[in-house]
Design a protein around this ligand. Structure first.
Ligand code: M6R
Length: 369
């Protein structure tokens, strides 16, 4: 059932073109209009919301952080992303104009379920983005937008993450359509770019040998840092989480701009640092800022491992290793840039002889608080 792959995790990484394509399938029409009638929340109510709060844990919370950039940019609605277990224990301000979007692969995560129940009691509208049909969180929510990643067996989440990001983009575009924040042509163009993502992920998978070789050469690493800015920041944190949970290596993801506020003190000779570089075609200063962050850590001895967009020659001189991902608009970049980091963690953990599907101390669904 592993389809010839050595682990479920690797199989699921390779399932990602389908996970994204299937999550997009049937959710827009030929004219490029979103058709999310399945949502069951009154369109009128959705046009009235004045805030979105995303509730999730772990990898699903990083999907929420990616969503924040896209939804705020497309819909001009404030989006807060909060870990479910933190949300519940303060006195969060939510009311009937708040849309709660919970994100959960399993639909059974107790922390998220309790947070959704709490928000519902406060009168908020609740929507679930979930990968498991009929599970508890979607059953208790006002609406559900299923991700169609198929069953995820490996404890470390991979294909569910890309499917969750895809679903939040659909939600963002749908809200923009309802509320008139984007022109129909803009929505159509973004949907067309999303439609090209599965083939681009496949291109990355076809070149997985490059990243696997790097991973095998780093089996002795004792600490790996990950830097990103903008949507690259949650990608960096997700890359670090994958390495912690399956390879048991100390790993941390940072916002690249935060370096000089502390973390740069960690850098000394040979410290591996992954840097997720935004498109050079994107927002003006973003790319240049990250390139200068690469130079800063490199000057202090870091081994710089760079994920950059095809054709980005500016990073070459400052990198020990560069993995190129196909061009795509900046907001969609996490769907590509995450993939080499997943492959890296999976291969490194495998090289160390660990069971990547069943890492120590972890369960697939965390049904206790
Ligand atoms: O089933 P959920 O998406 O609610 O699970 C949330 C987290 O427990 C989960 O993403 C966890 O962090 C994974 N082990 C990450 O790979």
């Amino acid at each position: 059932e592993k389809g010839g792959f050595p682990s479920f995790m690797e199989k699921e990484i390779f399932d990602q073109p389908a996970a994204v394509a299937d999550t997009l399938l049937g959710r827009s029409d030929a004219e490029g209009r979103l058709t999310l009638d399945e949502l069951r929340i009154d369109a009128d109510d959705l046009t009235k919301i004045n805030k979105i709060v995303v509730l999730a844990c772990g990898t699903s919370a990083y999907a929420g952080q990616v969503a924040k950039y896209a939804i705020e940019s497309w819909c001009r609605i404030p989006v807060e992303v909060e870990l479910s277990h933190e949300f519940r224990y303060r006195e969060p301000i939510v009311d009937k104009k708040t849309l709660i979007v919970s994100i959960s692969q399993s639909g059974e995560t107790m922390d998220t379920l309790m947070a959704v129940r709490y928000a519902k009691e406060q009168g908020a509208k609740t929507m679930s983005i979930c990968n498991t049909n009929g599970s508890t969180i979607p059953r208790e929510s006002d609406a559900v937008l299923y991700t169609h990643a198929g069953p995820e067996i490996a404890v470390a989440s991979t294909k569910a993450f890309l499917a969750q990001i895809t679903a939040t983009y659909l939600l963002g575009l749908y809200l923009a359509q309802l509320r008139g924040n984007l022109f129909s042509g803009q929505i159509k163009d973004i949907l067309a770019d999303l439609g090209k993502i599965p083939a681009k992920i496949q291109d990355i998978l076809d070149r997985s040998g490059e990243i696997k070789e790097l991973a095998r050469s780093m089996a002795d690493a004792s600490s790996v840092l990950f830097l990103g800015r903008h949507v690259g920041y949650p990608v960096a944190m997700e890359g670090a989480l994958k390495l912690k949970e399956i390879a048991y290596i100390h790993a941390e993801g940072f916002a690249a701009g935060e370096l000089k506020h502390g973390p740069i003190a960690l850098i000394d000779d040979g410290q591996p640092v992954f840097v997720v570089v935004p498109s050079p075609r994107g927002r003006d200063s973003l790319h240049a800022k990250v390139v200068s962050n690469i130079q800063e850590v490199r000057a202090r001895g870091a081994k710089t491992l760079v994920i950059a967009e095809d054709g980005d020659d500016a990073v070459k001189d400052f990198s020990e290793f560069v993995f190129y991902v196909p061009e795509t608009p900046t907001l969609l970049m996490p769907l590509l840039a995450t993939v080499p980091l997943q492959i890296f963690a999976c291969e490194l953990a495998t090289a160390k002889g660990f069971d990547v599907d069943q890492p120590r101390n972890l369960a697939k669904s965390v049904t206790v608080e």
